[in-house]
Design a protein around this ligand. Sequence first.
Ligand SMILES: [Fe+2]
Length: 345
Amino acid sequence: MKKRVFGGVLCGAALLVAASFSADRALAAEVNLYSGRQPFLMDPLLDAFTKETGIKVNMVYLKKGMLERLKSEGANSPADMILTSDIGNLHNHVAAGLMQPTGSSVLAANIPANLRHPDGLWYGLTTRARVLFVSKSRVKPGEVTSYEDLAAPHMKGRVCTRSGKHVYNISLLASVIAAKGEAAAEKWAAGVKANLARKPQGNDRGQVKAVFQGECDVALGNTYYMGKMVTNEKEPEQKDWAASVNLVFPNQNDRGTHINISGAGVTKSAKNKGNAIKLIEFLSGDAAQKIYAEDNFEYPVKAGAKVHPIVASWGTFKADDVHLADVAERRKVASRIMDKVKYND
Ligand SMILES: [Fe+2]
């Protein structure tokens, strides 16, 4: 009996210690971030956040393997939140049960509804459009104006893309499924594959290089790469690649251009949930949206936030306003279609 009481006291003391330890941790005011986004972009944003709030950010930059790491760490993961590109990557973390909802009214106000998860499991912080880079010398104005044109007979042997299984192209195909149904999307994917000038390879910038070199006339790529190419002092040849193409926003007469996001969410394992929400709120606010726009040629999500002058020079465009959660749900089918049409073979 005595022993049990003693044990009980010990247990109480242990609880007390545990409670003060977690209070200490909370007082330390920090947030642990796993970021798939590069330090050059995130450092100025995180410094501004710490300056404003006093909350320290411990960022682990994970170019690859974030999902696997979070899965293996499970409930013991030190990560409070993640930051990554593409709805596909965000969705994969949700599907693995790694994220938790937030009910932030700030985020609901700053971010358009189609660019955030209905239950707050992920939030878009910037957008990028998947556009057509068309040869200035070999493509006449108006010759290619839609994703559908990539599958049309007049584009036979003239199209370049990266792997059909890359997350950017899977999301694009998923958006076609959302707009036109599975059968039409499969026909489109098969049509683009039949028009390819070469086997899918390389990255988005590599497709523009191929247009520059005359291997193909039209390529698919994300908008910010144009900004990165025209300002590239380290590899100035990229300026020549960029100068050889026009940037065309597809589907301006119907559903609009497919856009994707970079975004963030709070992990299920979060020990600093409140601070994680504060950081995501900060990243969706005016100051951070300005830094994003200036440093990476992306589009801010917050209404009224300014784009970079280079981005502005491409003109305004109509974006496909499908909910990205609907796109995410169709990614599995999109991936199956890419296999079925043997896109990469
Ligand atoms: Fe990218």
